[in-house]
Design a binder for this molecule. Structure first.
Ligand SMILES: [Zn+2]
Length: 406
């Protein structure tokens, strides 16, 4: 079976892709184009997993994956490219293995690193289309700028709780900065780790990103270029709004202010800090291997409290603490602890007489990271409340609600 230019698909490829070869928009020529295409997926999490899975299954010949995080159990409900047995492994390694197992016809290029102003241009250069699967605003703006400067289409999306949004930025048609000149303030854009997300929601948005990418590669249909899609999963409503390129955009205008991403301080844009490869705060593999030793069950913590045998420390934000907290707990937000740790400052006394310190957050994720940092600061009795406030409520633990005194 050959196209008009005589290019052929193998029998195996015809069998594998037969259901999409039937589409007028694909056919032999379209499939050839997909097989010769190179797509970069930045962030192999809730969005990047379904996007990469569908791109691999469709036969996009080369898929680059960028991520420096490791697989964590609490992310598996949405990061469906990783399995339970992958816990603690590099996400890029897990993604590469599973994508190749799904479709041996494709190549996966693993970039086991965080995207940074120093490496963004080099990583993006060899790809035809870029998919944003990252969840922090500094990286999202960096990726936007790097794609504009490299003239690469970027398929963008974001999710939180039950809400999804998406837009496609094609060279010459405006960019993320035209749509949102600055990121929302942190209080207006909390992370999924703080307020949660239904796993299927990024599944839908990531799948939509795969569809957008395939349409760009095939030159088919109408993409979300100059349109912004809002999806409310709780009420199942979709709305899309038209938007225009900003002629004064700092990066995509005819005479842009930004001509090189290495000259931009993305941290200053706001939002969560930008993860970096050499971040001393990023837990090593040992953290994941030993984390369970540092966790303590809510039932045990209740017993300790009754015996006056521990002190409790809340590592969440002031807003979360205002909503509800465990009685008699100190406040030490993780961001503050990270800052102190990075600057080599002492952390104030967290327990009176050296009794265990039990750290807690919403679900036990941030408190595990805090326990890791405190242990490195010499608090050998730093523990993390397993399941956080959820685990605590589950065993009927006492809570104070709507009181901001601490
Ligand atoms: Zn722009």
């Amino acid at each position: 079976m050959a196209d008009s230019e005589g290019r052929k698909l193998s029998d195996e490829q015809i069998r594998r892709y037969s259901r999409q070869l039937l589409l007028d928009e694909v056919g032999i020529a379209g499939q050839q184009r997909l097989l010769q295409s190179r797509v970069l997926v930045v962030g192999i999490g809730g969005l990047g997993s379904p996007a990469a899975i569908y791109l691999a299954a469709a036969g996009v010949g080369t898929i680059g994956v960028v991520d420096a995080d490791r697989v964590e159990t609490w992310n598996l409900h949405r990061q469906i490219l990783h399995f339970d047995t992958d816990e603690g492994r590099r996400k890029t390694r897990s993604a590469g293995e599973h994508l190749r197992a799904l479709n041996p016809d494709i190549r996966v290029e693993e970039h086991d690193t965080y995207l940074s102003p120093a490496n963004a241009a080099d990583i993006i250069r060899p790809y035809h289309v870029v998919v944003n699967g990252c969840d922090n605003f500094p990286t999202r703006y960096l990726l936007n700028d790097a794609c504009v400067l490299a003239h690469k289409p970027l398929v963008d999306a974001g999710v939180l709780q039950f809400h999804g949004q998406a837009s496609t930025f094609k060279p010459g048609h405006g960019c993320l900065r035209c749509l949102f000149p600055v990121p929302p303030p942190p209080e207006a854009a909390p992370s999924c780790s703080a307020v949660g997300v239904l796993g299927a929601l990024p599944g839908q948005m990531g799948t939509l990103q795969a569809t957008e990418t395939l349409k760009i590669l095939l030159g088919a249909g109408t993409t979300l270029t100059n349109r912004f899609l809002l999806y409310d999963g709780l009420n199942c409503t979709y709305h899309s709004f038209d938007w225009d390129r900003d002629p004064n955009c700092p990066v995509c205008a005819d005479n842009p202010k930004i001509t090189d991403v290495t000259s931009v301080n993305y941290e200053k844009l706001g939002g969560a800090p930008m993860p970096t490869d050499n971040d001393p705060l990023t837990p090593p593999h040992e953290f994941y291997a030993r984390r369970r030793e540092w966790e303590v069950n809510p039932e045990d913590v209740r017993g300790w409290i009754e015996q006056n045998q521990c002190s409790l420390v809340d590592v969440r934000t002031a807003e979360e603490r205002h909503a509800s907290r465990i009685p008699e707990s100190l406040a030490l937000p993780l961001a503050q602890l990270r800052q102190k740790y990075a600057q080599g400052q002492a952390v104030r006394q967290l327990s009176e007489t050296g009794e265990p310190v039990v750290l807690y957050c919403q679900v036990g994720e941030r408190s595990a990271a805090a326990a890791y940092l405190l242990r490195r600061l010499g608090y050998t009795e730093a523990h993390s409340l397993r399941g956080g406030m959820l685990g605590w409520s589950n065993v009927g633990g006492d809570l104070i609600k709507g009181d901001d005194s601490s």
